[in-house]
Ligand binder design. Structure first.
Ligand SMILES: [Zn+2]
Length: 314
């Protein structure tokens, strides 16, 4: 992806940064790879036919090749096995919020290297260049069918979706705006946890976001938490797990510590499917598993129930 493309990406018509799809000038795959195989001159270095990057994506689960454009049109769902590729924040918002209604908040807010953590500013810059985002979450208000909502979407491709001061502050401001304007809040989580480069300041965000949600709840306003793959650690241990409704995408990995750490600590085998959305739904932590394509309609359906008080103006 060249610079211009990335900049146009920032204008919200972007290809998602999550999967690092690259629009490049590659030649389309040959009609018959067999022909090529036989024509290779004797003694030439055997060349594995490389998959042209940016045109096809190989499914991580079924191994099938999917045409990138097809994958994007299908909300990053494998057309063969329904595997869910990561969906970037912008694409996610586009899949939920009505076109032309989204108003972003605090899009320029950036982290400060308070602890002078080695290489942190550099890391931030690289992530910003890679994703076209200033930090790991996008927040704003918009319409979801006939509901006006306050929505936040985390993006795992920005430093593992880690929650530092900016993520915490943006979420808190969004929640507070939701409370003030009596809007339901919907947060799509996708995170490896707190951002270690900001130490204690990251951990503070857990309490801060939950505090704001507590006030929101006191006003009898709804908060729907949607867990996407993966939602772990400090994010799962704070706002993501206190939704009035907790939804998850199929097969999402959800937990606090990773399975290896738990296995080593408890010295016991973990049950099958441990830390998946399905496992946690069976045990009551998650209210419903919602396929990506149904998410928008289901959210509208739930909002009808919890009674969002502010109708979309359109
Ligand atoms: Zn697949």
């Amino acid at each position: 992806m060249n610079k211009e493309q990335r900049e146009s990406g920032a204008a919200f018509s972007a290809k998602n940064a999550g999967a690092e799809a690259k629009e490049s000038v590659v030649t389309p795959p040959q009609q018959s790879s067999e022909t090529q195989l036989y024509r290779r001159p004797v003694g030439a270095t055997p060349r594995r036919r490389a998959i042209p990057e940016g045109l096809w994506t190989k499914c991580r689960r079924c191994g099938e090749l999917i045409f990138d454009k097809e994958l994007e049109a299908n909300l990053k769902i494998c057309t063969h096995c329904e595997y869910l590729f990561p969906l970037g924040a912008k694409d996610r918002i586009r899949s939920i919020v009505e076109a032309g209604t989204f108003v972003e908040m605090d899009e320029e807010m950036t982290s400060v290297d308070v602890l002078e953590f080695p290489d942190y500013p550099n890391k931030l810059k690289k992530n910003q260049e890679k994703t076209g985002m200033k930090d790991a979450v996008i927040t704003g208000v918009g319409d979801l069918l006939h509901h006006k909502i306050a929505i936040a979407v985390m993006d795992f491709s920005f430093n593992g979706g880690s929650m530092g001061s900016v993520v915490g502050e943006k979420l808190t401001r969004l929640i507070e705006r939701g409370t003030k304007e009596r809007l339901p809040v919907i947060i799509f989580a996708s995170s490896g946890g707190a951002r270690m480069y900001e130490g204690m300041f990251s951990l503070m965000q857990m309490a801060k976001t939950c505090g704001a949600l507590a006030y929101h709840g006191k006003e009898r306003l709804a908060f729907i938490s949607v867990l996407t793959d993966p939602t772990m650690a400090g994010v799962m241990a704070s706002f993501a797990s206190v939704g009035d409704l907790i939804l998850a995408e199929p097969s999402a990995r959800i937990g606090f510590a990773g399975p290896r750490v738990i296995r080593d600590t408890t010295q016991s085998d973990l049950p099958e499917g441990f830390q998946t959305a399905e496992f946690l739904e069976q045990r009551g932590l998650i209210d419903a598993i919602v396929p990506r394509k149904e998410m928008k309609d289901r959210l509208a359906y739930y909002l009808d129930f919890v009674g969002s008080q502010n109708k979309a103006t359109a």
